[in-house]
Design a protein around this ligand. Structure first.
Ligand SMILES: O=P(O)(O)OC[C@H]1O[C@H](O)[C@H](O)[C@@H](O)[C@@H]1O
Length: 533
């Protein structure tokens, strides 16, 4: 099937995307879910390409794998775990069994505890030594940071609780800048760590505890923890009623739907958080039941496979024309690159094709004035994924939102259409140029065009649509990983650096020599130490 797809790509790769458009293409290469629309017509995919991709998906038994995931089978084979973040938003979808046990009663219980706690923090029944909480500091990194932070920025118009801050980096600059703006007597610190062993989070949690101890009599009473490791949260001194636990079948980068989302719930309120879960649940239902031809996550995944593994485009730009999705690219970097950046298949054999793509991006229109030059005229093709809402939240500034929408659509059009040498010559001639100078100047104004993009459009960035968007990308990652035959749910690639950092710390601190290190590393340690490290 891969060969058939490659042959198909060879046969069609030089045709302009624009030439594919007939009366029905835009409709036939779009998919709707409720009032959300994914348009993938501005790609070089045709009926035959899509058919081959769906065959590939069927050959990879994606339906069986999907059903195994939703049924709580241990599909994370290298860690022997189920993958059930979908259970966290399965609000009324019936039982979900892991080893014969229904996990839903526990999910509902924890969600209810979160609701009670978040409401109490928001209305002041739960307060700090100095009174009602004004600030909440979420200390966590990776999956214990990116999701709630992305969500809190995305849903800022719904935030009517205390201010929420995020500290992730072990760089003390991060926590110092946040704590400087907070009053310890009215600050709630949430330590978010699935394992409760992550070096950065533990260091920051200790720093926050020391900061709080200076002014607050019982600092532990102003801490809460989100973790699967209740023994470790207890050892840190956090009372069990302030610990919100979850199970090992929730992967870190898939965890914002449960306790790791507590800071987001405090910011926007339990009701809006529930709407976010509902959005995720709606996407789950769609993913499980829609025909592949109409299945949004599956089609987005197939477009991804086409661009990355077949066309050979190594990167994928995520370009939200929605400023509050400014952290979505960072969130997706973890979701996609930590999930599908793997070089071996499930059975431990080397992967014979490229692994998942490099994901990057920035909100539009900012990026237009920075890196779009390369996207339009550079020699590498960068498939672009635009996101755009019909309406913003600033009704009195709707005219500006309309400019935003026009820019999003203009970019995808420009990428596809390009500008020929003929057109460039005409422009230069109108400016009074001729001869060699006209030729030279015109060449710089040519746009190759036929650069592929998709556009995800939705009415407004509200909690429900954010839930749909996040679940859409989660399932896209699942489908791409299932087609590649890799395990999308482990992350062994982050281990080696952690181990080496542990070994290097005493050398940086000057307690150990660097003889065992290569000359570059030893030289850098010596340089940094001589300058005060
Ligand atoms: O939530 P924690 O256990 O502290 O883990 C935080 C993060 O660190 C790890 O190194 C993993 O790469 C991430 O997948 C994880 O989200």
């Amino acid at each position: 099937m891969w060969d058939a797809l490659r042959a198909h790509h060879e046969a069609v790769k030089d045709r302009p995307i624009l030439s594919l458009f007939d009366a029905s293409r835009a409709k036939e290469f779009s998919v709707r879910l409720g009032d959300m629309l994914l348009d993938y017509s501005k790609t070089n995919l045709d009926d035959e390409g899509r058919r081959l991709l769906i065959d590939l998906l069927e050959q990879a038994e994606v339906a069986r794998k999907r059903d195994a995931m939703f049924a709580g089978k241990p599909i994370n084979e290298t860690e022997g775990r189920a993958v059930l973040h979908t259970a966290l938003r399965n609000l009324d979808g019936g039982p979900v069994l892991v080893d014969g046990q229904d996990v839903m009663p526990g999910v509902h219980r924890t969600l209810e505890r979160m609701r009670v706690f978040a409401s109490a923090v928001r209305d002041g029944r739960e307060a700090g030594q100095g009174g009602r909480y004004t600030d909440v500091v979420n200390i966590g990194i990776g999956g214990s940071d990116l999701g709630p932070k992305m969500g809190a920025i995305a849903l800022a118009p719904y935030a009517d609780g205390p201010r929420i801050h995020f500290v992730s980096n072990v760089d003390p600059a991060d926590i110092a800048d946040v704590l400087r703006a907070c009053d310890p007597t009215t600050t709630l610190v949430i330590v978010a760590s699935k394992t409760f062993t992550t070096q950065e989070t533990m260091a920051n949690a200790q720093t926050a505890k020391a900061w709080m101890s200076e002014t607050v009599r019982d600092p532990a009473a102003q801490f809460a923890a989100l973790s699967t490791a209740s023994d470790k949260t207890a050892a840190f001194g956090i009372a069990p009623d302030r610990v919100f636990g979850f199970e090992d079948w929730v992967g870190g980068r898939y965890s914002m739907w449960g306790p790791i989302g507590l800071s987001l719930m405090i910011a926007i309120g339990p009701e809006a958080f529930r709407a976010f879960l509902r959005g995720g649940q709606a996407m789950d239902l769609h993913f499980r039941t829609a025909d592949w031809h109409e299945n949004m996550p599956a089609l987005l995944a197939l477009v991804g496979i086409w661009h990355n593994q077949i066309c050979g485009h190594a990167t994928r730009a995520v370009l939200p024309y929605d400023n509050r999705l400014m952290r979505l690219p960072a969130y997706l970097q973890q979701l996609e690159m930590e999930s599908n950046g793997k070089g071996v298949t499930m059975d431990g054999k080397p992967l014979q094709i490229e692994s998942g793509p490099i994901v990057w991006g920035e909100p539009g229109t900012n990026g237009q004035h920075a890196f779009y030059q390369l996207i339009h005229q550079g020699t590498r093709v960068v498939p672009c994924e635009f996101l755009v809402a019909a309406r913003g939240h600033e009704d009195d500034l709707h005219h500006q939102h309309q400019l935003l929408v026009a820019n999003a659509l203009a970019q995808s059009e420009a990428l596809m259409r390009g500008r020929t040498m003929e057109e460039a010559r005409e422009i230069m001639a109108k400016r009074g140029l001729s001869g060699e100078e006209l030729e030279r100047q015109a060449a710089h104004r040519v746009f190759p065009g036929s650069r592929p993009s998709t556009t995800l459009a939705y009415p407004q960035l509200d909690p429900f649509s954010l839930g749909q968007i996040v679940a859409l990308y989660e399932h896209r990652v699942f489908v791409e990983g299932a087609i590649l035959g890799i395990n999308s749910y482990d992350q062994w690639g982050v281990e080696l650096g952690k181990e080496l950092a542990g070994a290097l710390a005493p050398m940086v601190q000057g307690q150990q020599g660097t003889e065992s290190k290569d000359a570059s590393t030893a030289g850098l340690v010596a340089f940094l130490r001589s300058h005060g490290a």
